[in-house]
Design a binder for this molecule. Structure first.
Ligand code: NDP
Length: 449
C-alpha cells in the first residue's frame, strides 16, 4: 500500500471504529477486507463516490429479540437472539445460526459481513446474513433445546422466507436444531418452503450438505497445493475442532491419503501419532455426533490427550483450523512455522488472528481464508435451495461434483485476483477482492438504495 492509500485506510477504519465501538470481532473482519480492497477501491472513483465501502460495512438491518423458554424443572429462562441481515445485493439473505454462550452482536456482525463475500465467491445468488443466540445447547436436555428453538422461531418466522432470508446451521446448530426450527416454522406459516437449509434428507435436505464444508475445505486445499506444485497425499495435517466441519475435513483428508495428526474440542486436543484411521474416525464421529461427548473420553492406541491446549504445537505440513474464531494466535503460528508448516487452510470463520496472518505472510506460508476455503457449506446450502425450488433431489454424486466445481471456481477467482509478482498466490487478497468486486458492482448498479 502506498502512503496515500494507507492514509485513506486509516481514516476509514477510524470512522468504522467510531461507529461500531467495542465490536472488536467486527472491526477485525472489516480491517482484513478493507486492507485488501483499498488500492483497487481508490483506483475506481465511481465506487468511492458512491461510498460503497462505507455502505457495505453497515448492515441492512439487525433484528434483536428476547427468547423466553421453560426448563424441564418449570423455571423460566430468557436469552437474547439476533438476525443480522447484512446485504442482499446478490440474492436473498443467507447465513447460519449460531447457539453458543460467546455469541454477541459483534460476533454475528463479523460473521454476517464475511458471509457477503463468501457467498459472492460461490457464484450463486445469495446475500449475506448471520444470526443466533447466546443460548448454550450443550448443557440442555433434548426437550429444552426443542422449546428454545420453537420459542425463537415465534419471532424469527416474521423475518425469513425462501425469497427473503434463508438461515442454516453453524456452531451449536446442527440437524436436530434445524429440524425443530423448521417444524415450528411450518406450524406458524402453514406451508412447506425451503426456508432453512441443512434439513434432514427425508424432508428436503440436500445430499452432501453435512459433509460439504469439510470436504470443500479439503478440495480447496488440494487446488492450492497443486497450484504451488505440491500435493496433499502423505502430508501431516493438524486439524482443530471435532464438530461438523472438522470431522468431515478429517474424513476427506484420510480418503486423500493425508495423515490427520490432531483433533480438538473446547477442553483440549488429541495427538494421533500415526494418523487417524477410518475406524477411529467413525468412533469419534459417534462420540461427538450421537453421544455429544468429549474428546477426553476417547481412548485409542497411539492417542495422547492434551488438556486445555490447542493443537498448534504438533509438527505438521498443513494446519486446518476448523473450530472457532481467533483460535490460531501469533504464538501458535510461530510454532507452526518453526515446525515447517507449508499451508494453512481455514475451515472455521476467521480462526487466525491478524498477528498470526502476518507471521504466515512473512514466512511465505500459503494461507486460504475461510471465506474461500469453507464456502462449500453455503454453496451446498444454495444447491439445497435450488432443489427445493424445483421439487427435486440430486444424487450425492451429482451434488459432490457441483461442490468440487464450485471450489475449483473459487480457487480460480483467488488466483486471478491474488497472484503476486513472484507467482505465488495471496489467497487473502484474492478472495477479498474477488468477493468484493461483484457486490460493489451490484450496489453501484442499484443506485442510492
Ligand atoms: P460445531 O458446533 O459442529 O463444532 C464446533 C467445534 O469447535 C467443536 O469441536 C467445539 O468444541 C469447538 N469449539 C467451539 N467453540 C470453541 C472455542 N471457543 N474454543 C475451542 N474450541 C471451540 O460447529 P461447526 O463445525 O459447524 O463450525 C466450526 C467453524 O466452522 C465455525 O467457525 C463456523 O462458523 C464455521 N463454518 C461452519 C459451517 C458449517 O457448514 N457448519 C460453514 C462455514 C463455516 P466442543 O465440542 O467442546 O464445543
Amino acid at each position: 500500500m502506498t502512503s496515500a492509500e494507507q492514509k485513506e485506510f486509516d481514516q476509514f477504519m477510524q470512522g468504522l471504529k467510531k461507529r461500531n465501538p467495542h465490536e472488536t470481532e467486527f472491526q477485525q473482519a472489516v480491517h482484513e477486507v478493507a486492507l485488501s480492497v483499498m488500492p483497487w477501491y481508490l483506483q475506481h472513483d465511481e465506487f468511492r463516490k458512491a461510498q460503497i465501502l462505507e455502505r457495505v460495512t453497515e448492515p441492512d438491518r439487525i433484528i434483536t429479540f428476547r427468547v423466553t423458554w421453560m426448563t424441564d424443572e418449570g423455571e423460566i429462562r430468557a436469552n437474547r437472539a439476533w438476525r443480522v441481515q447484512f446485504n442482499n445485493s446478490l440474492g436473498p439473505y443467507k447465513g447460519g445460526l449460531r447457539f453458543h454462550p460467546s455469541v454477541t452482536q459483534s460476533v454475528l456482525k463479523f460473521l454476517g459481513f464475511e458471509q457477503i463475500f463468501k457467498n459472492s465467491l460461490t457464484g450463486l445468488p445469495m446475500g449475506g446474513a448471520k444470526g443466533g443466540s447466546n443460548f448454550n445447547p450443550k448443557d440442555k436436555s433434548q426437550n429444552e433445546v426443542m422449546r428454545f428453538c420453537q420459542s425463537m422461531m415465534i419471532e424469527l418466522h416474521r423475518h425469513i422466507g425462501e425469497d427473503i432470508d434463508v438461515p442454516a446451521g453453524d456452531i451449536g446448530v446442527g440437524g436436530r436444531e434445524i429440524s425443530y426450527l423448521f417444524g415450528q416454522y411450518m406450524r406458524l406459516e402453514n406451508r412447506w418452503s425451503g426456508v432453512l437449509t441443512g434439513k434432514g434428507l427425508s424432508f428436503g435436505g440436500s445430499a452432501v450438505r453435512k459433509e460439504a464444508t469439510g470436504w470443500g475445505c479439503v478440495y480447496f486445499c488440494e487446488s492450492m497445493l497443486q497450484q504451488h506444485n505440491e500435493s496433499i497425499e502423505g502430508k501431516k495435517v493438524a486439524v482443530s475442532g471435532s464438530g461438523n466441519v472438522a470431522l468431515y475435513a478429517a474424513q476427506k483428508l484420510i480418503h486423500k491419503g493425508a495423515k490427520v495428526v490432531t483433533l480438538s474440542d473446547s477442553k483440549g486436543f488429541i495427538h494421533i501419532k500415526d494418523g487417524l484411521t477410518e475406524e477411529q474416525w467413525e468412533e469419534i464421529r459417534t462420540l461427538k455426533e450421537k453421544q455429544r461427548g468429549r474428546l477426553s473420553e476417547f481412548k485409542g492406541s497411539g492417542i495422547e490427550y492434551h488438556k486445555g491446549e490447542r493443537p498448534w504445537s504438533i509438527a505438521c505440513d498443513i494446519a486446518m483450523p476448523c473450530a472457532t474464531q481467533n483460535e490460531l494466535e501469533e504464538a501458535g503460528a510461530k510454532t507452526l512455522v518453526k515446525n515447517g508448516v507449508i499451508a494453512v487452510c481455514e475451515g472455521a470463520n476467521m480462526p487466525t488472528t491478524f498477528q498470526a496472518i502476518s507471521t504466515f505472510r512473512e514466512h511465505g506460508v500459503l494461507h486460504a481464508p475461510g471465506k474461500a476455503s469453507n464456502a462449500g457449506g453455503v454453496a451446498v446450502s444454495g444447491l439445497e435451495q435450488s432443489q427445493n425450488a424445483m421439487r427435486i433431489s440430486w444424487s450425492p454424486e451429482e451434488v459432490d461434483q457441483r461442490l468440487r466445481d464450485i471450489m475449483k471456481n473459487i480457487h480460480r477467482r483467488c488466483v486471478e485476483e491474488g497472484t503476486t509478482e513472484n507467482g505465488r498466490v495471496d489467497y487473502i487478497d484474492g478472495s477479498n477482492i474477488g468477493g468484493f468486486k461483484k457486490v460493489a458492482e451490484a450496489m453501484l448498479a442499484y443506485g442510492a438504495v
